[in-house]
Design a protein around this ligand. Structure first.
Ligand SMILES: [Zn+2]
Ligand SMILES: [Zn+2]
Length: 184
């Protein structure tokens, strides 16, 4: 969704929309390390107000995400509950006065071209900024065995304690389960 600044009324523009998996996918990097999925559509409620030299975006972005555990890759549910309070400043209007600079440091702000707000881009950024640095299914997650790939939370390591299976081990198991075809 794109919003033209000259179409925002003085009373503000209110945006309510839902973001589904398809929309999210447009913004995910191809090698998304989080394997991010939406459990339900993201609920976006924003109001955009015109001020003399900037725009202010206020509201919330809420949803329920599913991310891959950093260690075991199991899906982990992550509630998304972002309060948005953002200042959009026209790119050419770089703060010249020291006073303005100081003020800006305390605010969350972004530059834009002064004419069109790329709202989807803005929503995607807010979602990504809210992600934890490292997703874990639990602090005690034991992860995957780097050799056999066993999920050490739920199964024993298949290569520990000298029980290393050769490719032939599988074959032996297969033989045991086959009916005895030995003939005289
Ligand atoms: Zn885990
Ligand atoms: Zn192992």
């Amino acid at each position: 969704m794109r919003i033209r600044v000259d179409e925002i009324p003085e009373s503000g523009r209110f945006v309510h929309l839902h973001w589904d998996q398809g929309r999210l996918r447009e913004f995910l990097p191809p090698d998304d390390p989080f394997e991010m999925k939406l459990v339900r559509p993201v609920n976006v409620d924003l109001e955009i107000h015109k001020r003399s030299d900037h725009l202010r975006v206020l509201g919330s972005i809420q949803g329920l995400l599913e991310l891959a555990c950093h260690r075991c890759l199991d899906p982990v549910r992550h509630p998304l509950n972002e309060a948005v309070d953002l200042f959009l400043i026209e790119e050419v209007r770089t703060p010249a006065e020291e006073e303005t600079e100081l003020e800006l440091e305390e605010l969350e702000y972004e530059f834009f071209d002064g004419e069109v707000i790329e709202l989807d881009q803005l929503i995607a950024e807010q979602i990504f900024l809210s992600l934890p640095h490292k997703v874990l299914c639990s602090a005690e997650c034991r992860g995957l065995c780097p050799r056999c790939g066993a999920n050490l939370n739920t199964e024993p390591c298949r290569c520990a304690g000298g029980d290393e299976r050769s490719p032939f081990a599988k074959l032996n198991v297969l033989r045991e389960t086959l009916p005895d075809k030995k003939m005289d």
